[in-house]
Design a protein. Structure first.
Length: 455
């Protein structure tokens, strides 16, 4: 087969070079976007007087026939097909006849692939937005089901202060809201039409680019033809959004791995979302969560690798840009599997309140003791020091903070009064933090309502 660019060459392409150069193995998945763009282009050529109505109709019918073959899985990739564009044009010409050769008038594969890829990223972003939203809904449902259930909060993986399950679950909701905003921003970056830029200098025919943009769902047209064919910022933005989403999912997975361990035991994973050991019959492994944690590294790698590809390129199109699609495709595929798995795991997660309660030790209330002293007029820094002495005393005595008597407390500071015991409860600690964003009952209810309105 003669290649689209073969007229200038006296020799056939080396078979290994053809394999090295070809992208059909991965860009075939752009068939729908490629055909959609070609339909709009044929209509644009006809509107510009470059095709007759009959020629336009023949091209449109042929393109839809090719689309139907792809959709049915009957399209046969030929050994010499270099990319999705040449494959579609070859088959279109076989169906529609010589008029197929007119479709590429004024168009280059440079602006064609940029258009196809932008369309694909826009559609992928829409799918991921819905999938992220489903994980958010699973988190909000989990929060609502145990909104006031107390458990230890951690900093540095050490007991810190009491929080509630509702507050914890929603703490993973809001990063996902930011992820959705980043994917929406990447979609807006992608929604700028490069078609009409041709190879690098712009098309030589009076095509209506604004009409093409509207026809294809783009919000604007590119301002510079050199930039149009080389701009892959939208792909980098998509990969950044994917990588940061992967990090957020990894952090959620890591905490659930800890919470499901025997040492914590706060949650139990459903059998359907766990695996076992080939040698230890008792094992129930959180492999689903570990894979989610592991795949975040894959997503980060796609971003850093692609940025390295871009950094040395001059303006206009270079073949290096063929490396743009595989990381984006794989990032989307990875997330489109990981997100529904995580949503399902969250919806089947069993909470174990008794294990959480067992870890609500009195040391978690040390800050409450300091706040109590502040309310009685002591500067916080001094109150912090006083409570540090109280904690040391409880450790030396081998008793809980709440088991120290009033006389012992007053021996350290006369600011302790008979009502101190009322401040040293989990419920009092939670209730005191009822300002917006806090873990108090009213604040968490308001937070849940806001989350349910966002998901």
């Amino acid at each position: 087969m003669t290649k689209l660019w073969g007229g200038r060459f006296a020799e056939q392409t080396n078979a290994l070079v053809h394999r090295y150069n070809a992208s059909i193995g991965f860009d075939a998945r752009l068939y729908d976007e490629d055909i959609t763009g070609s339909v709009a282009w044929a209509e644009g050529l006809a509107a510009a007087g470059l095709l007759s109505a009959d020629e336009r109709d023949a091209l449109l019918a042929g393109l839809e026939a090719v689309r139907a073959e792809f959709a049915a899985g009957t399209f046969a990739i030929a050994p010499d097909d270099e990319d999705i564009h040449s494959a579609v044009e070859r088959r279109l010409t076989a169906i529609a006849g010589p008029v197929g050769g007119k479709l590429h008038t004024g168009r280059s594969r440079n602006d064609q692939v940029a258009t196809d890829f932008r369309l694909w990223v826009m559609r992928a972003g829409d799918r991921l937005d819905e999938a992220i939203g489903d994980v958010q809904r699973a988190l909000a449902d989990s929060a609502a089901a145990a909104l006031d259930l107390p458990l230890p909060g951690y900093t540095h993986l050490q007991h810190a202060q009491p929080i509630t399950w509702g507050h914890w679950a929603l703490s993973h909701f809001w990063p996902l809201a930011r992820d959705r905003a980043r994917f929406a921003a990447a979609r807006r970056s992608a929604a700028v039409l490069p078609l009409g830029a041709a190879a690098l200098a712009g098309a030589a025919f009076p095509l209506d680019r604004a009409a093409l943009a509207a026809r294809l769902g783009f919000g604007d047209v590119t301002a510079n033809s050199l930039d149009a064919v080389s701009d892959r910022d939208f792909a980098a933005e998509f990969l950044f959004a994917a990588a940061l989403l992967g990090v957020h999912l990894s952090r959620l997975a890591e905490q659930l791995i800890l919470f499901s361990s025997a040492e914590f035991g706060f949650v139990r994973l459903a059998d359907a979302y766990s695996t076992g050991s080939s040698i230890m019959p008792q094992k129930k492994n959180p492999d689903t969560l570990e894979l989610t944690r592991g795949k975040s590294g894959r997503l980060i790698g796609h971003l850093t690798g692609f940025l390295a590809t871009l950094k040395g390129l001059p303006s206009a199109y270079d073949k290096d840009l063929q490396e743009d699609k595989e990381p984006v495709f794989d990032a989307a595929d990875t997330l489109e599997l990981a997100l529904p798995v995580m949503a399902g795991l969250l919806r089947t997660l069993e909470l174990r309140p008794e294990r959480m309660a067992a870890q609500l030790e009195a040391g978690l209330l040390a800050t409450e003791l300091a706040d109590y002293l502040v309310r009685r007029g002591l500067p916080f820094r001094e109150a912090h020091h006083v409570v540090g002495r109280v904690v040391r005393l409880s450790e030396e005595r081998g008793v809980a903070l709440t088991e120290l008597g009033l006389a012992e407390l007053q021996a350290i500071s006369p600011h302790f009064g008979p009502d101190v015991a009322e401040a040293l409860t989990v419920n009092a600690a939670l209730a005191a933090r009822d300002l917006p964003g806090g873990t108090g009952p009213g604040a968490v209810r308001a937070q849940l309502a806001a989350a349910q309105g966002r998901s």
